[in-house]
Design a binder for this molecule. Structure first.
Ligand code: GTQ
Length: 348
């Protein structure tokens, strides 16, 4: 016999008893036991959700007219998952997504905070982020890190609006009651760029006695190099269905940040890829091409600059709608966190 017996509910108990418990800050477990430990798999609040760039962009440009940068510090529209409630500003349990606009001549002042962030550049040229004194130019598809505790500010010397996708681990840092920021003065730019030093695969600078003095030696991952790596990977492994790279720390080979993982994925022309159910929630942002993302009963039609998210423990099928051109995604997930916590799972 399966031991899935019905458990008692709160209504089974005398009101005076429940009130007596509450007056001593006590709660009976059994009415909530199945809720906190559901059978066989979690019941995520995270819902499969699609944010179309064509819907975001006009509203973001309107924010540029309505709210000067001085009144916003960061002019961002948050991509909020309705399953968590929009006010929670969460895409998933651990992932925050925001679309940020910087207009020519604007400056988003220097600050640092405990959550880790990355930027995926969506549109526009001429902006830069200065991280830990390193001035990182922003171009479409580039990935720029602002890891925990590092000073960062955004500026724009170009002529057209620049938009990027912010991905932060803010929800989990906030939940842990460890989220705060510090404002600072404009940074002095220091010479030397990690993306130049580590531009040649498999070669890291030799330092006398100590390797790698910086915990985050590379802050900018240019899209042209990621794209070229994917095309080579595809050509050299024609039988391999998954064409994906992980953004790694070039000194250690580990994920670039501690909590969220970041990847670029290519689908060959016409390809359909079945991704197994895994415990982490995952975000898909289409950099180039046109693709469908099917998550359980939902099927999203993505065009360039669109973003969607899938809850964990859910298989996802991605299809390149073009029969002649590859499609390129940027992915973000919670895998590093799940691995560190020992809860990472793949279900065949
Ligand atoms: O650009 O530093 O979307 O601090 C949220 C918080 C962006 C940023 C966000 C931030 C930033």
């Amino acid at each position: 016999m399966n031991a899935m017996n019905d458990l008692g509910s709160l209504a089974d108990l005398p009101t005076e008893y429940v009130e007596a418990l509450a007056s001593h800050n006590l709660v009976p477990l059994w009415p909530s036991l199945r809720g906190v430990l559901p059978p066989t798999k979690p019941r995520p609040n995270t819902r499969a959700t699609h944010w179309a760039y064509k819907d975001i962009k006009p509203l973001l440009l309107q924010a540029g007219e309505l709210t000067p940068i001085e009144k916003a510090e960061r002019r961002v529209l948050v991509l909020a998952n309705p399953g968590h409630g929009l006010d929670k500003m969460q895409a998933s349990a651990a992932i925050y997504l925001g679309m940020q606009l910087l207009l020519p001549g604007e400056w988003a002042p220097s600050h640092r905070h405990t959550p880790n962030a990355v930027r995926m550049i969506v549109e526009g040229e001429g902006a830069y982020t200065t991280v830990d004194g390193e001035k990182c130019p922003m171009s479409r598809g580039d990935l720029i890190l602002t890891p925990t505790g590092l000073w960062h500010e955004h500026g724009h010397d170009g002529t057209d609006p620049v938009v990027w996708l912010d991905v932060l681990d803010l929800p989990i840092i906030y939940y842990l009651e460890t989220s705060y920021h510090v404002n600072g003065d404009a940074q002095t730019t220091v010479p030397g760029r990690g993306d130049r030093i580590y531009a040649h695969g498999g070669m890291a600078p030799t330092r006398m006695f100590v390797r790698g003095s910086k915990p985050y030696p590379m802050l900018r991952y240019p899209w042209d190099q990621a794209r070229a790596a994917l095309l080579t990977l595809s050509q050299d492994n024609p039988q391999e269905p998954s064409v994906q790279i992980t953004y790694v720390n070039p000194e250690t080979g580990t994920d670039v940040e501690n909590i969220l993982g970041f990847y670029a994925m290519m689908l060959r022309p016409g390809q359909t890829l079945n991704m197994p159910a895994r415990s982490p929630a995952c975000v898909f942002h289409l950099i180039e091409g046109q693709a469908d993302v099917a998550i359980e009963a939902q099927k999203f039609h993505l065009v360039e600059a669109d973003t969607c998210c899938a809850p964990g423990y859910t298989p996802v099928t991605v299809t390149n709608r073009s029969s002649s051109q590859p499609a390129f995604f940027f992915l973000a997930d919670e895998a590093p966190l799940h691995r560190k916590l020992g809860v990472y799972e793949v279900r065949a």
